[in-house]
Design a protein around this ligand. Structure first.
Ligand code: GSH
Length: 256
């Protein structure tokens, strides 16, 4: 008998299933994807943005099936197989795509070494502060903890918005900082509906940036229907989710 999180809808839906259908042919790059996962969406957005040929394979990471553990021993999506060799971890995968397909645009990281390092500081900020505060806000059950988490989230978003050159983090070219945060923006309707969150309460600049990212074509075409996402988020909102990220948040640990 497995955990309830295993019973997620088996496939992508809505606009995302159309994207999946276009990527069924065998390719040297196989993308092991969980349609629902925001970390996964980072890699999926990068593949779509850069127009890299890939074969999409759906995985339910909660089942921890042997074939998938052989690809990613952590048992988490996203993962890829490139020319038969496996890699995992969303940001590492995005950086790999940049390195392995250097002529494919947009360039996810700036060329200038200082700008590249600066972008990495804010990539780290996205995961360590925005993603973790979002999880605390989703999973907190009492008003005081929710209020604190919402304020932490606003502060983290405000800080990032101040660094955005515009229209994207690094200027004209959509890049890895944008990609790292976009999946959580695309899902912020959950905290808006259930936790009193409003984009404009972070800052005017954040709202403009968030509105822009949520409308980006690669973000839209990798999002499934809310109806199926909501089943998953309802478990987070009741603090019953058993994902590694949910367990870490509950225990006050960093998200793995
Ligand atoms: N640090 C990982 C990354 O950035 O790739 C996190 C990936 C992750 O947590 N993926 C989730 C997963 O596979 C789905 S959103 N969960 C399965 C589990 O928690 O057992």
């Amino acid at each position: 008998m497995g955990i309830p999180d295993e019973k997620i809808h088996p496939v992508a839906t809505g606009v995302a299933i159309k994207t999946v259908e276009k990527h069924q042919e065998p390719q040297e790059l196989v993308f092991y994807s969980g349609w629902f996962c925001p970390f996964n969406q980072r890699t999926w957005i990068s593949l779509e943005e850069k127009g890299i040929p890939y074969q999409y394979k759906e995985v339910n990471p909660y089942k921890k099936e042997k074939h998938f553990l052989d690809i990613n021993p952590k048992g988490l999506v996203p993962a890829i197989e490139y020319r038969g060799k496996a890699l995992y971890e969303s940001i590492i995968l995005c950086e790999f795509l940049e390195d392995a397909y250097p002529s494919h645009k947009p360039h996810l990281l700036p060329v200038d070494p200082f700008d590249r390092a600066h972008a990495r500081i804010w990539i780290d900020h996205c995961t360590k502060t925005i993603v973790s505060a979002t999880h605390r806000l989703l999973q907190s059950q009492d008003k005081e903890s929710q209020d604190n988490a919402r304020e932490e989230l606003y502060a983290a978003q405000r800080k990032l918005a101040k660094e955005v050159k515009g229209p994207y983090f690094n200027g004209e070219e959509f890049g890895l900082v944008d990609i790292c945060v976009a999946p959580w923006i695309a899902r912020d309707y959950v905290v808006a509906e259930h936790r009193g969150y409003k984009r404009e309460d972070a800052s005017k600049e954040w709202k403009e940036y968030a509105d822009r990212l949520s409308q980006r074509e690669s973000v839209v075409k990798t999002m499934s229907e809310r109806e199926h996402l909501n089943v998953i988020y309802d478990r987070y909102l009741r603090d019953e989710a058993q994902s590694e990220a949910a367990k870490a948040t509950r225990a006050g640990r960093e998200i793995p």
